[in-house]
Design a protein around this ligand. Structure first.
Ligand code: 4NP
Length: 162
């Protein structure tokens, strides 16, 4: 019998060099720890193409590595409307990303695939993962993403019954 297709998740921020690569790294790590790598596939992209083909921001990569997660191999790419066919769940880092993604969706069913990552953190005081590019606080951003990804994994496990 053919292998079942995995459940496909794509994390999306603006540049795909800070927040969404971190989320891809954290979620990949959690999925592997749970032994679900063949059932849940994880990717990331940006709404903008400014950094297409480039590596993660060195500050994000260093923060992830402090937590034992290597994201250095990732390369930035721009999210496109065709990605909605491939992914089951598209997770925006903030309201601006969410608005851009919903604008790109052709119809309501497609737009319904878009959620904000922090919806999956019941302790979150805001639904946005703030853009750290011109700021600092990469440690705080990592912690927010990690908490939300733990909740997200529980949600997906429930959806899949695994
Ligand atoms: P990200 O952060 O969306 O978390 O990857 C940013 C990266 C680059 C820029 C803005 C935000 N930029 O303007 O180049």
């Amino acid at each position: 019998m053919a292998e079942a297709e995995p459940y496909r998740i794509c994390f999306v921020c603006l540049g795909n060099i800070c927040r969404s690569p971190t989320a891809e790294g954290v979620m990949t790590h959690l999925v592997e720890q749970a032994g679900l790598a063949d059932q849940i596939a994880v990717d990331s992209a940006g709404t903008a193409g400014y950094h297409s083909g480039g590596p993660p921001d060195s500050r994000s990569a260093a923060e992830a590595l402090r937590h034992g997660i290597d994201i250095g191999h990732q390369r930035s790419r721009q999210f496109n409307a065709g990605d909605f066919v491939f992914f089951d769940l598209v997770l925006a880092m903030d309201q601006s990303n969410m608005t851009d993604l919903v604008d790109l969706a052709h119809n309501r069913e497609t737009a319904d695939k878009v959620r904000r990552l922090r919806e999956f953190d019941p302790t979150a005081d805001s639904l946005d993962v703030p853009d750290p590019y011109y700021e600092d606080g990469f440690d705080g951003v990592f912690a927010m993403i990690e908490r939300a990804c733990e909740g997200l994994l529980e949600h997906v496990r429930h959806q899949l019954g695994v």
